[in-house]
Design a protein around this ligand. Structure first.
Ligand SMILES: *Cc1c(COP(=O)(O)O)cnc(C)c1O
Length: 253
């Protein structure tokens, strides 16, 4: 029997600067024979996003939690062995997970797992081994049709770049707002920034809410402001938020 606990080696971390940047390949040190390399393509809490996949040592599977940026841009699935993504950010309602896996990787479970917990059980049964969450799957189908009607993933990337730019431009042109993530690593999905004081942050959140802009409070472990602009969030919303930011700075800066 293989062991039931696994050793986790951290190949790279930016903990030294409160996770505000992404370590470079030069700063990444893999252990001598990893079973797989795991990374999260977009960090919703601090607002960082990988521009390119890490390159694991030759022959080592690459596994990605792509929950918060899946289908926000084209994805080269040939670089991955396993991708998983909870639906609730970019794909549809909560309760469904999209998994893209290499067939030979999931053919045999790595350890003795109950049938229901094996990816292969679901792959062999076309995701209908048990009664699937039909509503969530139907909604994901509608979202996929919407993405195609927008021009597909290439077009989503262009839309998302333009949306994020509206807000980052205000931050970059301001001495009042301060972006949390290093500019070259920052996320197109979650824009995290600070104001000069927590009092001003509370005021910002309250005034934004009074104009119908809600959910701006940063994650409990990071504080500050976080604007989440997933695929479904419209450009008009980003424009309205950017205008509000500029106005708030003028009045309070
Ligand atoms: C949101 C998210 C999850 C799932 O977290 P929930 O609390 O269940 O929404 C997992 N991984 C990543 C990268 C996420 O962004």
């Amino acid at each position: 029997m293989p062991p039931t606990t696994a050793r986790v080696d951290t190949a790279a971390t930016s903990e030294d600067e409160n996770f505000s940047y992404l370590p470079t390949p030069e700063e990444t040190k893999y252990s001598s024979s990893p079973a797989y390399v795991h990374y999260t393509s977009n960090n919703t809490i601090y607002g960082t996003q990988f521009r390119a996949e890490p390159t694991p040592p030759k022959g080592v599977p690459l596994v990605c939690d792509a929950s918060s940026d899946i289908f926000s841009k084209p994805i080269d699935v040939t670089k991955y062995d396993l991708i998983y993504a909870g639906a609730q950010k970019n794909l549809g309602p909560s309760g469904v997970v999209l998994v893209i896996a290499r067939e030979d990787l999931i053919a045999k479970p790595v350890r003795d797992l109950p049938l229901m917990l094996r990816y292969n059980t679901h792959a062999k049964n076309e995701s209908r081994y048990n009664t699937p969450p039909t509503f969530g799957i139907y909604m994901m189908g509608q979202v996929f049709k919407w993405i195609l009607s927008q021009g597909g993933l290439k077009a989503m990337a262009v839309h998302n770049q333009a949306k994020a730019k509206l807000i980052y431009d205000v931050i970059d042109g301001s001495g009042f707002y301060r972006g949390v993530a290093r500019a070259e690593d920052r996320s197109l999905m979650n824009i995290s920034f600070r104001l000069p004081s927590e009092e001003l942050e509370d005021k910002f959140i309250a005034e934004a809410a009074s104009r119908g802009m809600d959910g701006l409070k940063g994650h409990r472990s990071a504080g500050g402001i976080r604007a989440s602009i997933y695929n479904a969030f419209p450009p008009e919303g980003c424009r309205a938020f950017a205008e509000f930011m500029a106005e708030f700075e003028k009045k309070n800066g």
